[in-house]
Design a protein. Structure first.
Length: 169
């Protein structure tokens, strides 16, 4: 393996190590309620993630609460809905269509059903700042520059030591 591929593996491996996604669990309790639970696919708790029950026809928020370490038991809405588990990031959102109540969903008026759901616009990832403080941004950039300089110097010194060992044989 050449030096460039070793460095690339070294730099990209933290991205894989810390990669995770949300998993949403929904169980029908058969008594007009559902149990909602969430976790990351690494097994880590999703405590603090936001649970939303959102009407399919209007986009109206029917229920909203943050997850604790335990499961969340919620009454099943009478209208078609979806369950959203929002972990806070762009890639940390999971959705499932809601479980119907024991007697089925109520009928929705045609006029209401034709309305477009109103969604909030989330800010683009390219517009999100790393920090609001210039000092923090400069510190982070400086930390990465020093990290790369340390790696470069370490590689260079290791090569010098290896050459000296080969010459001494």
């Amino acid at each position: 393996m050449n030096k460039i591929s070793k460095i690339a593996i070294l730099l990209l491996s933290p991205l894989y190590i810390f990669a995770h996604s949300l998993v949403l669990y929904v169980d029908d309790n058969k008594d007009g309620t559902i149990t909602i639970a969430g976790e990351f696919n690494t097994g880590e708790s999703a405590a603090g993630a936001l649970i939303l029950l959102e009407a399919l026809h209007s986009g109206e928020i029917l229920f909203q609460k943050r997850l604790t370490d335990d499961d969340l038991i919620v009454d099943i809405p009478k209208i078609p809905y979806k369950i959203v588990l929002d972990g806070g990031g762009a890639d940390h959102q999971e959705e499932k269509i809601g479980v119907p109540p024991p007697n089925g969903f109520d009928k929705i008026e045609e006029e209401v059903a034709k309305q477009e759901p109103k969604k909030e616009q989330k800010p683009s990832r390219s517009l999100i700042k790393l920090s609001s403080s210039t000092a923090v941004n400069v510190s982070i950039i400086l930390a990465f520059v020093l990290l790369f300089a340390t790696i470069f110097i370490s590689i260079r010194n290791t090569n010098k030591i290896l050459k000296k060992l080969e010459n001494n044989k």
